[in-house]
Every structure is written in structure tokens, then in C-alpha cells.
Design a protein around this ligand. Sequence first.
Ligand code: B12
Length: 579
Amino acid sequence: MTDDTMPALIDPRLQPGSELLSAGRAMKRSWQLGSCLFLSENGVSSEAEWKRQCAAKGRVMQHAHIGFRDVNRTIEAIRTVHATSAKAGVTVDRFGITLDWSMGYPEGMRAKASRGTGIVLSGPEDFARITNAAPAAAHFGDFMLGLPGAVENTRAALAAGATAVGNLGQYFTFRLPYWDDDVATTEATVTALGLIAAQEETILVHSNLDDGFAGLFVDMACALGMVIIEKHIIEHLIGARVSHCYGHHFSDPLSRAAFHAALVRVSDTPGTMIFGNTVAYQGTPAANYASLASYLLADILSLGRWPAGHAINPVPVTENQRIPDIDEIIDAQCFAHRLASHAPFYEPVLDWPKIEAMAEILVDGGQRFAASVLRGLEELGVNTNDCAALMLAIRRMGPKRMEMLFGPGVQSSRGRMPLIHAEWARELNHKAADWVGKQGPLNARQPPLVCIGTTDVHEHGKYLVEQALEGLGANIIDAGVAIDPETLVAKARDTGANVIAVSTYNGVALSYAKSVKAVMAAQGLDLPVLIGGRLNEIPPDSNSGLPVDVRSDIAATGCLPCADLDEMLAALRASIGSE
Ligand code: B12
């Protein structure tokens, strides 16, 4: 296997996994699972125990996500959602909290880090305020494990009584601005996992597959293979339990149910939740209710047939417009509860053998993928029995290369044929092809050379724009995902690009646009900068803590904000002088 562009998969600076795990285990002397309202009022030792009890009774559990930035507002939201839903006969079993990405840094660096749209907790006391807001399980999923601040965050969450801590998926994909020390990230994550594994009670290591490589593989069988690989790392090598979550990118009920059926065949650890199919939310709240019903029905029916401990996640229908408010969260919970009472009547209507046949392909392909990844990495000299070395090698290899080298599909001149094409890729391919088909020729003196990158982990906007630009005849320079403005501008300069394109979703659109302009000015570079995605940001003096639209401010910097591909084409034509 020779590949000149392959990054170094082995790093001599990385401490052995066994030492990192021992260091984590030793922390147990000072950091043990604390109590909280959920554990004490329900008389359980962990959420895993609660999940097993509910699954045995056939009750569909419910997850609510709270996206506010302010701690007091978050606590108030948890209390109100829990109590108001209970009055309506609806049990909200768990609450997910969206930590801010600045929480991913080691504690000492957080105050100076740039902020996103999430919540900042300042220590175990703040975590305990969340876990004691209501007798429901607190789910600290994002920006905990998998980032350099993993140890501090995990200790605080455990002390506050949290028994589901994530997000392993993020370890493989997320990059914090100006942080490139993946060795330190791996060491922090493995140490935190050692502390988790040492607890007497079951602490679920949550992994949102869509946040990790599984959201980027073009073959769904590889996504299932990632479950098997993560189980090998967390359960076999580390001795903790990994709890999988999926769903953002699964819109088609058949593949959604089949993935669930496949998942239960390769894992008996209770899942955290089935995530809402948020990519389907593209319209008004009324239209989004149809998407909510569509994915929840598939989830409720799948959980009825294969009760795997996941909660369902009814995402409020305003989610694609802004961070949902309390009433909207309650409405979604009540909607889901009512749907759960209708769902069993659809059971006989479903074509279960078809679902099981797809699950069979996923399991078979996933097992082959996992086995070839482990075998292939070993052949490349990676010690696959060392959890830290294995994790770092996978992270560095990245999803595209991993799928190309080890995917179970047949190799062709255009890459590997997926066994089951991931929906996000299929949909975006069609969208781009449709759009390109309706455009006239670019008529530029020479094809533009566009250097494109993203500010954060969201890369589907970039994928779509790349396909559309290529369809128009443009050439693409891929500057990468979650890159700093300096890296993007340097790449554009070094490759002689004549357009820069930025895809951004994390609520940093204006600051990023300003930084790109400042770096370009410092280097005497003057290129058009197209910018699209979620063009919003929380103003520094905001008292609502909610992001606002910054399109006109972006335009004032001289960058070109684009709402969609049509606006992109207009901006491109204007800036490169085509008719
Ligand atoms: C899919 C998704 C994810 C996936 C991304 C998978 C991946 N690898 O790409 C995952 C699960 C990983 C994810 C993670 C997170 N997400 Co997210 N995610 C979404 C979601 C559902 C869809 C975004 C998307 O990919 N759309 C597909 C694209 C193709 O559609 P589009 O945006 O309409 O694209 C058009 C235009 O935007 C434009 N365009 C886009 N880019 C560009 C670039 C150029 C140059 C041009 C010209 C045009 C252009 O052209 C397209 C065609 O018209 C949105 C909600 C929603 N429904 O929009 C939230 C959303 C973007 N996510 C959000 C958040 C908060 C997060 C997290 C921080 C959550 C967390 N705490 O973990 C993390 C990010 C962590 C990080 N490090 O940054 C927020 C952003 C909040 C905000 N800014 O106000 C949103 C809006 C959800 C919400 N309402 O809270 N997410």
C-alpha cells in the first residue's frame, strides 16, 4: 500500500494507551460518579439501567435538546419542559445540552477562545445545576470527549451524576480553531475514557455517528463498520461501554429502520438516542411537521421491533430557522408522544423482510470494512491493540481515504461503488446535477480556480458547492474542513486561485469574513470572497444570546454573501467578468 499523500499514522510523541488509561483510572480516587435528581428519584445507578428497564417494558423514551447559551435559561427550560410535558402525560427521559465549542479547549484557554452558539459551564457546580434541574437524565454529548478539554469536562460531568458522556464521533472529525495538536487531543480523550471505564456504574460513552466519519462516508455500510470499530476500541480495548446514536442524515424510512436493525445486530449496549432527521427540515414549521412525523414513525416502529434503549428525539419544527424556544420543544415532545400511540397500528403495514434484507447488507459490509481497516492499519505498522495509537491513526487517515482503501464496495475507476449509497451524498449529487443542468455556460476567459474551505465541521454545503462549480467547468482547490483564515488564504495564494469560497455554519460568519479580509490585506492579496451557509453570529453585546443575520455586515466587509447557488453564480459572474 504506497501512497505519498498519506499522513503519518504513527506519532512517536503519543503516550501508550495503557499509560493514559492508567492515569485516567487513577483519577477515580478524586472523581467518582456523584448523585443527581435523575438517579435518586428513579432509584437507578445509571441511565443505562433506566434504559434497560424502559426497553423491557416497551416504553418509548424521549429526548429533548436544549440549545440556549445562558445557564439560567437552560435550567429554566429543562424544568419547564419536563414539568409541562409531565402534566400532559408525556415523560421526557433525558435532556441534551449543547456545550459551546470553546468548552472543547483545556480549561485555561477557554476564556480567550472564540465562542460559538452553545453554553459555557464553568466547573462541576455548573454541571450539577444542570443535572439537578429535573429528574431526567442529563446528556452531555458535544465538546466533551474527543477534544483537548476532555479530562476536565468528563470529571465535572461525572461528579454531577451524568452517566452518558460524549461525543466519541467528534474525536474523529472536529477541529477547534487554532488547535492542531491531535496528540494532545488523543491523550486527553483516552485519559478521560480511562476514568469513565474505572467507574463502578455503567457510564455510556456516547457516540453520534453522524458527527463522526459516518456522516461523511458515501457508503452506509462503512458507517455501520465504524460502530464495530468504535466497539472494538471502547469495549474491547478500554473496557467501557459505547452507546451509539445516528439519524441526522437518514431521511428515507427504509434506510433509517434498516440501520437500526443492523445496529442491534452488532451491539447490545443501549443506545443514547436516535437523532432527529434535521437535514429534512427545509421549510416552514408546518412543512417540517411532515418531516418530523416521517422520521419519528420509522424510529418508533423500529424501537418497537428492536427495543435497543434509544430515546426518540423530536426536534422542534423551528430548528432550521433558529434555536428553538421552550414552547416549541414542548410541542414537539407532545407530538412525539401522540405519534407513539398511533405507530403500532402501522406495524402490519411495514415490509419488515425488506428492512431486514438491507440490514443484512449493512452488517455484512460493515463487518468486512471493520476487519479490513484493522488488518490494513496493522500492515501499515499501527499497533491496533493500543487504543490511543489506533484512534490517532484513524483520525489522521480521514473518512475519504479510509473508505477508498478499505470500503466493502467494488473498486472502479471513479472510486468504490457503495453497497448502499448514503442519502446525503445521493441527494446532494442530484441537487447539484439538476441545478447545473439549468445553467447556461460560464463564458469566462478561462475557467475560474476556486479555493474552498469551511470554518467548521459542516461540510455538506461545501460538497454541494464543489459539485455545482465543477459542473459549471470551474476548477476546485480543496483547502479543507474547519480551517483557520490564515490557512485558507495561504492555500489560495500558493495555488494561484482567483476566487476564495467559504462555507460556514457555526455562527461565526462575520468574524471569519473579517479575518479572511484582514489576512488577505496583510498579504496584499485581492480576490473575490464568496461566503455561504448559515450567515449569522451572536453580537458581542447581545442580551438574548441568539445569533442574528449578518449578511449585510458581511457585504460591508467586501465579501460576497450567497444565500444559494443562484446567488453564487451571479457573484461569480460579476467577480470574474463572465457574461
Ligand atoms: C447536517 C448538520 C450537521 C451535521 C454536519 C455533517 C457534516 N459533516 O457536514 C453535524 C451532525 C456534524 C452537525 C454538527 C453541529 N451542528 Co449542525 N446542522 C446540520 C443541519 C441539519 C444541516 C446543514 C447542512 O449541511 N445543510 C445542507 C446544505 C447543502 O444545505 P444549505 O445550508 O441550505 O446549503 C445552501 C446554502 O447554505 C449555500 N451554501 C452553503 N455553503 C456555501 C458556500 C458557498 C461558497 C456558497 C456560495 C454557498 C453556500 O448553498 C447551498 C445551496 O443552496 C443544520 C440545520 C438545517 N436544517 O439547516 C444544522 C446547524 C447548521 N448546526 C448547528 C449546530 C449548532 C451544530 C453544532 C455546533 C451542534 C453541537 N453542539 O454539536 C455541531 C457543529 C460543531 C462544530 N465543530 O462546528 C446549527 C447552527 C446554529 C447557527 N449558526 O445559528 C444549525 C443551524 C442547527 C440549529 N438550528 O441549531 N450539524
